[in-house]
Design a protein around this ligand. Structure first.
Ligand code: NAD
Length: 434
């Protein structure tokens, strides 16, 4: 099937390449010329495992191309909208400027029978408004939210846990077109849920709200553990054995970040207020507040471990990306902790396997070192803020001890073996752990 994908960022570039890999003829469209130039050369403009291979294969097969020219969307049967929906600069609601601009730019190229499939995360009610704009062209709008996880985006796009398609009352025909698009998953029996617009939009934000709540729940337990001497990791293991609770997403630490969870829960709360139901999800404000407090806690641990001040102390920060397997630094708790320590007068050195370039662009005032051992050299304290395997599994406490000036380690992700680090002579501080 001929498809267009509008917006070629973390979501769209992967979507375009993945759709070409399952046999479709895809054009990816973005307003960012340098991104399109890089994608057209078969180079991923960001780190995402498996994407470079898909791009190379897709381009070589002739089924995948990228352009800045919206006219090239003409002739595609399904047009996916995957542009950004960031937090508004002066509020917590979602900024729909890019979605509206993308749809408006697409409208002149739509034909009778085309399907416009929204994938961006939007406030409930958006699809109904956009459907009115698209209707005069004879095209139909559906909402098909995306659940991919950065770092696993290729797998999640080609083989998702479930697919959700929000349609108008008469939407079975369009739902069938989407079934055809996602034919390998449909054939495999992956749940394919056809529903109304509002439910489809809400499924996405509800899923993110739940995940954020789960993380903040365990971080709230970490706060209580900190004043009682309990160990939140053991607590999480113990409650996680209950299948109704589950252990995943119960990792206490410096909390969540990235381009989705923080802005999505804020936008959801803002939208609920507009709908007169602010109180229904007022708890999301608390979820957000707990999450932000963990960053303070991590900074406080470094400060107190260094005797009450980090001024002119060498602090090595291991990690900049908001999570491992990604170079995404949007609202990264890791980078936030680094910036705060720098603000307190520490000499901060940061390393990360993939995110240094992005981090340097955002915070050029910090010192970046590509090599982990080089970054550790001379440190008075070390803090792990992104749980890359390079720090979690591949860093020996004995070797690290030979490089630093002070054996102080703060485990902002509770991802290290505390006993092993202590045995190697380190003062070890976890989050919510004695
Ligand atoms: P991103 O910033 O990486 O990409 C957005 C892209 O849209 C950019 O390349 C930008 O240049 C392009 N764009 C903006 N206006 C445009 C226009 N008028 N026409 C064409 N292109 C335009 O963002 P992202 O992370 O890919 O997120 C996109 C959407 O997907 C958001 O709504 C996000 O919440 C949602 N989402 C993201 C993820 C994720 O893990 N990144 C997962 C699920 C859902």
């Amino acid at each position: 099937m001929r498809l267009s994908v509008i917006g070629c960022g973390y979501l769209g570039a992967v979507h375009a390449a993945a759709m070409a890999s399952i046999g479709h003829d895809v054009v990816g469209i973005d307003v960012d010329e340098s991104k399109i130039a890089s994608l057209s050369r078969g180079e991923a403009p960001f780190f995402e495992p498996g994407l470079p291979e898909l791009l190379t294969e897709g381009i070589a097969s002739g089924r995948l191309r990228f352009t800045t020219d919206m006219a090239e969307a003409q002739g595609a049967k399904v047009h996916f909208i995957g542009v950004g929906t960031p937090q508004q600069k002066d509020g917590s609601a979602a900024d729909l400027t890019y979605v509206n601009a993308a749809v408006d730019a697409l409208i002149p190229y739509l034909s009778e029978g085309d399907v416009v499939a929204g994938k961006s995360t939007v406030p409930v009610g958006t699809a109904a408004t956009l459907a009115e704009r698209v209707a005069p062209t004879g095209a139909t709008l559906v909402w098909n939210p995306e659940f991919l996880r950065e770092g696993f985006a290729v797998k999640d796009t080609i083989d998702p846990d479930r697919m959700v398609v929000g349609v108008r009352e008469d939407g079975e025909r369009v739902a069938d077109i989407l079934r055809e698009v996602y034919h390998p998953s449909v054939a495999k029996g992956t749940p394919f849920i056809v529903t109304d617009y509002a439910t489809a939009e809400l499924v996405k934000v509800a899923a993110n709200a739940f995940l954020a709540t789960k993380i903040s729940f365990i971080n709230a337990m970490a706060e209580i553990a900190e004043v009682t001497g309990a160990d939140v990791t053991t607590l999480a293991d113990a409650i996680g054995h209950d299948a109704r609770i589950g252990r995943r997403f119960l990792g206490a630490g410096i909390g969540f970040g990235g381009g989705c969870l923080p802005k999505d829960i804020r936008a959801f709360a803002a939208r609920a207020e507009e709908l007169g139901r602010g109180e229904s999800i007022a708890f999301l404000r608390e979820v957000d507040a707990i999450n932000m407090r963990r960053r303070d806690r991590a900074v406080d641990l470094v400060v107190s471990a260094l005797g009450g001040s980090v001024f002119k102390k060498n602090v090595t920060v291991l990690g900049a990306a908001f999570k491992p397997h990604s170079d995404d630094i949007r609202d990264s708790p890791a980078l936030d902790v680094a910036v705060r320590l720098h603000g307190l007068g520490a000499w901060v050195t940061i390393t990360d396997p993939e995110a240094i370039e992005n981090a340097r662009e955002r915070h050029p005032q910090l010192n970046y070192v590509a090599d982990r051992d080089e970054a550790l050299r001379g440190a008075d304290a070390v803090i792990v803020v992104t749980e890359w395997d390079e720090y979690r599994r591949q860093m020996s406490p004995e070797h690290a001890a030979s490089l630093v000036s002070g054996r102080v380690i703060v485990d902002g992700r509770n991802c290290l073996d505390a006993a092993a680090w202590r045995a190697a002579g380190w003062e070890y501080y976890g989050m919510g752990r004695p």
